[in-house]
Design a protein. Structure first.
Length: 210
């Protein structure tokens, strides 16, 4: 069953759910399905429980940080040039706000097929970073969603134990964000190597300690 058929099957069972296919133009051709936050858990349960799909195993959960993007498009417009109307070419720029994304790879152990790639997107990279947790549907997502929360700052509504898993509790920010700035504390690296020592020396020099 291809992704178009899966999408149609979900829409027939769950009217009103928001789904979008993302085409992958690479040689792998591994297309994916974006699900809106509203009804996302119902879509996940359908994928797991449907008799034909039975996607009973979530093998991988990963995060992606999409920064603001700017695209340019050449358009032809009519303008007065030296009093004469002429058709000229202009470049119009469009700015697309960034967002965070969670990607799930789903398989069926029972039916021996997959993966089906399912995505959730946040509203932005600021305050609107909440998506639905799929841990109640696939228990294997629990630690992986915690990792995505820890490294990207995505909040998973409905997660049973959403807390950091790699960084310590007092750690600030989320180190896999593309705009993450490393803290200026290289001298505290427990096993400093040449590159770390060089950064520590540079940090001390900037602070006027050398």
């Amino acid at each position: 069953m291809n992704l178009e058929e899966i999408k149609s099957r979900i829409e027939a069972a769950l009217p009103g759910c928001r789904l979008e296919i993302v085409v992958n133009s690479s040689p792998s051709g591994q297309h994916s399905l974006v699900v809106g936050r509203e009804g996302a858990v119902e879509v996940a349960r359908f994928l797991r429980d449907d008799a034909e799909l039975r996607l009973d195993y979530c093998s991988n959960v990963s995060g992606v940080d999409w920064l603001d993007a700017e695209t340019s498009e050449k358009v032809k417009v009519k303008k007065l040039v030296d009093g004469v109307e002429q058709e000229v070419e202009e470049v119009r720029k469009t700015r697309t706000p960034g967002y965070l994304e969670v990607v799930y790879h789903l398989y069926s152990m029972e039916k021996k097929h997959g993966p089906v790639v399912l995505r959730q997107r946040t509203g932005d990279r600021g305050d609107g970073v909440t998506v639905a947790s799929f841990t109640p549907v696939w228990r294997s997502a629990e630690f992986q969603e915690r990792e995505v929360f820890d490294l990207y700052g995505i909040l998973f509504e409905g997660h049973p134990d959403l807390r950091r898993i790699l960084m310590w509790d007092g750690f600030e920010d989320h180190p896999m964000r593309k705009d993450y700035v490393e803290p200026n504390d290289y001298e505290y690296e427990p096993t400093p190597h040449d590159s770390v020592l060089a950064k520590a020396a540079q940090a001390r020099a900037m602070e006027g300690r050398e």
